[in-house]
Design a protein around this ligand. Structure first.
Ligand code: AGP
Length: 610
């Protein structure tokens, strides 16, 4: 995914756009650029690399003006380069376009335009937009007519912003499946791909919906639908705070968000657990009557969200006795799944914009299934296109590696399963009360773990040159083994694999040498002896053991090369506590290896392309 920004007002558009791009850089950072109307002339500045490369270019060649658009890129079509960086223009450089998403039919459009003599400079899909608009305008159409024709021509999921030399006081915009927001300030308007770039400057926000487009100047915001009909902009009060998007003194968003987890759990507990112990899911639009008719659940998600879904499967089957399956969104959408009308689809997504998860929702709705999404952005496309949604309340997550959103997802899946159990299967009062009491202790236990972070920071130095890591866990903690492996590989670039402990001797144990650290999640529980067997088998093959154990466990500790103790808790809650040392391990190993945890190579925060 990419980040796009726009501005029309009285401030220096260069500085407004650059501040906005810095907020959106987590969305993509292989090149960046801006287009500005400078004394009625369209000026373009763009550069390969992160935003600081563009800043250096602007110091050499500044631009003036009060209207413009900007872009930070995660390459889909065309390698990261200056020429493929956005904005893209028409030949006369009187139109500039920035784009997030994909134009699926760009190749045939490009060939048609080239046959008409249009010269393409880049190998991006985006450039077809600037030439199509140029072609319409040269046929004496108005800008509005040119856009209405464009919407009938391009296919895919996209959001765009544009400036035209012929209308120097306006920024045009449109979206069909990728997020776009317009923020209102004092005699100024801002455009951004997400809220993080509007937090400091907008008092109200308009979430542009699919098939809406329009323009703004410093004085007004005008909105249409793709048929050209007027649409009244729906302005919402902008409530996010700057500290939500600021690093707050931490060196990286990722470590800030790891440390936010205790406070976020307190907020979730306050919101979801009433005084009398009842659970509050008042924002969810699924009635108890609808839930009572559910006889099967399919959880579909991607990456880290799939891992939380795998834990949710255990909770839902344990507390409601409903068969619950987990599916990778990218596979579920093509499987033509065998599902009946009484199947509930639960889509889990931090961003609410993951293309595969959204496509699987469309697949489910085509089969007339109810879709409940669990999202961290209630204004996202996935929330809008589901029958109901639950807000995971983790606050804006900017670090590319998901941490606080993951634990918030797991907690919400536990609470939702407990809520559901009051409808489908009576959970014993004593277990319900025990879990509620234990959940209320989680924030303190999380803080206890975070206070021991220096233990893990010290370990990190030993793994700077490690080539392979293995993670093992069972039942509720098998997904934590997968999550620990994903965290490590996505921000430190060390190859890491997670396995169910019971699967280890069916092949993966062949990987073990003295050079391969194995993280064993071995809390005191029914399967503890089995994890001790795993540890013994690994030691017998001179493997290096990193164990995550229940505080006070001397046996596992005596067998381990590295041992991290987490506070005792109910087995159901252990995944939430166990993942935190693994988040810290991945962060500190990445730092020790000189990696950039907030902007890992090749990644973007939300995969809005397929
Ligand atoms: C998380 O650390 C990863 N960056 C990635 O796997 C992510 O969880 C996945 O892309 C799903 O994103 P979503 O939750 O926004 O749908």
């Amino acid at each position: 995914m990419c980040g796009i920004v726009g501005y029309a007002g009285n401030k220096s558009v260069e500085s407004v756009l650059m501040v906005g791009l810095a907020c959106l850089e987590y969305r993509g950072y292989d090149s960046a650029g801006i287009a500005v109307i400078d004394h009625d002339e369209l000026e373009i500045r763009k550069e390969k690399g992160k935003i600081k490369a563009l800043e250096a270019l602007l110091r050499e060649k500044p631009v003036r003006g009060n209207v413009g658009v900007g872009h930070t890129r995660w390459a889909t079509h065309g390698e990261p380069s200056q020429i493929n960086a956005h904005p893209h223009t028409n030949e006369k450089q009187t139109i500039a376009i920035v784009h997030n998403g994909i134009i699926e039919n760009y190749m045939q459009l490009k060939m048609k335009l080239q046959s008409l003599g249009y010269i393409f400079l880049s190998n991006t899909d985006t450039e077809v937009i600037s030439h199509l608009l140029s072609m319409e305008l040269s046929a004496k159409k108005t800008v509005k007519e040119a856009f209405l024709s464009l919407f009938k021509t391009i296919q895919g999921k996209w959001a765009i912003a544009a400036v035209f030399e012929r209308e120097p006081d306006k920024v045009y915009f449109a979206q069909d499946g990728a997020p776009l927001l317009i923020g209102k300030g004092k005699r100024e308007y801002f455009l951004a791909s997400d809220l993080s770039a509007l937090v400091r400057n907008s008092t109200e926000v308009c979430y542009i919906k699919p098939k809406q487009w329009g323009y703004f100047s410093k004085e007004e915001l005008v909105l249409f639908d793709f048929d050209g009909n007027d649409v009244v902009p729906e302005m919402k009060k902008q409530e996010a705070k700057w500290e939500d998007v600021d690093k707050g003194g931490f060196p990286h968003y990722m470590i800030k968000e790891i440390y936010e987890q205790a406070g976020i759990f307190r907020k979730i507990i306050d919101r979801r657990i009433k005084e009398n112990g009842e659970l509050d899911f008042s924002e969810m639009g699924l009635s108890k009557e609808i839930l009572s008719k559910v006889n099967r659940i399919v959880i579909q998600a991607a990456g880290t969200s799939l891992h939380s879904g795998m834990i949710g499967k255990h909770y839902l089957e344990q507390f409601t006795k409903i068969q619950t399956d987990t599916e990778m969104s990218s596979e579920f959408r093509y499987r033509n799944p065998v599902v009946e009308g009484d199947t509930l689809i639960i889509a889990i997504s931090q961003s609410g914009e993951t293309a595969d998860t959204l496509a699987s929702i469309h697949e489910a709705k085509a089969k007339f299934l109810k879709v409940l999404s669990m999202v961290n952005n209630v204004n996202s496309t996935i929330a809008r296109e589901s029958d109901a949604f639950i807000d995971t309340c983790a606050g804006m997550e900017i670090g590319v590696a998901s941490t606080k959103a993951f634990t918030a997802q797991v907690l919400h899946l536990l609470l939702f399963a407990m809520y559901f159990s009051t409808i489908k299967w009576m959970m014993s009062d004593e277990l319900r009360k025990e879990l509620i009491d234990e959940i209320k202790q989680l924030p303190t236990k999380i803080e206890y773990i975070l206070n021991k972070a220096p233990e893990i920071e010290k370990w990190a130095q030993d793994f700077i040159n490690t080539k392979d890591f293995v993670f093992l866990g069972r039942t509720y903690n098998h997904p934590i083994a997968l999550e620990g492996a994903l965290k490590l590989k996505e921000i430190s670039y060390i190859h890491a694999s997670g396995y169910a402990g019971g699967e280890f001797k069916h092949g993966p144990i062949a990987l073990i040498t003295s050079e391969v650290p194995v993280v064993c999640i071995a809390n005191k529980s029914e399967i503890y002896p089995k994890m001790i067997s795993n540890i013994q088998e690994i030691k017998a093959r001179s493997g290096k053991i990193i164990s995550i154990v229940t505080e006070g466990d001397v046996e596992a500790k005596s067998l381990s090369d590295y041992c991290f103790e987490v506070p005792a808790c109910h087995e159901f809650l252990s995944p939430i506590l166990n993942v935190i040392p693994l988040q810290l391990l991945s962060y500190y190993v990445a730092i020790a290896r000189g990696c950039t945890p907030d902007q890992p190579r090749n990644l973007a925060k939300s995969v809005t392309v397929e």
